[in-house]
Design a protein around this ligand. Structure first.
Ligand SMILES: [Zn+2]
Length: 234
């Protein structure tokens, strides 16, 4: 039985993956602190998260999407395209902070993407099954190929695994576009005063950073595995 622990705890992990993991932790901390700060800044017009999301839906002429209070905790806000429901967390749904309005409008932006058949979402849904297979089977297949000395299997395993990074790459435009839609509607409908929009943007930018760092972690992992599997000296 080969010693897999030693296989993974290598030099490439230390120099490639660890720095990206640190970056992603920094991004997570930033998103939490930005959210905490902007949750205290209340909008002068007094619109709540649920009202803000409803305005975005109205702006896009969407009438078949519901908005519900999410039973999960903080920052669990999301759009469920199958159920056609925007779920907003407790701190967003009834809050009239600039953070809540930014997040609520972002989630409604996802609903608008689905309603309009936004292409990156379609691509993301297409590659999702391969990505799921890749996350379970990619590394095991590559390892089996490695121990058997059968390189095509190594390459195939890594190719499957690379779909995780590809999925995250396609996620980026989806997330940035949802935020762009949010800010556009906030501005056009005067939901927030001009000096309040900056706070909502900060929350959305911090959230976008977490998607970027997640992609960087995946790319670093992929590169490290390619280098590791190519080393034939042990
Ligand atoms: Zn999003």
């Amino acid at each position: 039985m080969p010693y897999f622990g030693g296989f993974f705890a290598d030099y490439y992990y230390l120099v490639l993956v660890v720095p990206m993991l640190i970056l992603s932790v920094v991004a997570q901390v930033m998103v939490k602190s930005t959210y905490a700060k902007q949750s205290k800044v209340l909008s002068s017009r007094g619109i709540t998260g649920v009202q803000a999301a409803a305005r975005v839906l109205y702006h896009y002429g969407i009438t078949d999407v519901r908005i519900e209070l999410s039973p999960s905790g903080k920052l669990s806000d999301h759009y469920d395209p199958k159920a056609k429901v925007i779920r907003l967390s407790d701190g967003v749904f009834n809050s009239n902070s600039v953070a809540a309005i930014g997040i609520a409008c972002h989630e409604a932006g996802h609903a608008a993407q689905h309603a309009q058949g936004y292409v990156p979402i379609k691509i993301r849904n297409k590659i999702l099954p391969v990505c799921n297979i890749g996350s379970y089977l990619g590394i095991p297949l590559a390892l089996i190929g490695y121990w058997l000395g059968f390189e095509p299997l190594v390459a195939f395993g890594l190719l499957l695994y690379s779909f995780i990074a590809l999925f995250q790459l396609v996620t980026l435009p989806v997330e940035l576009n949802a935020s762009r839609r949010a800010v556009k509607v906030i501005e056009e409908t005067n939901m927030l005063q001009p000096d309040e929009i900056g706070g909502a943007k900060k929350v959305l930018t911090a959230a976008a950073m977490t998607y970027i760092t997640a992609l960087l972690v995946s790319l670093a992992n992929l590169l490290r595995l390619i280098l590791r599997f190519n080393r034939r000296d042990q």
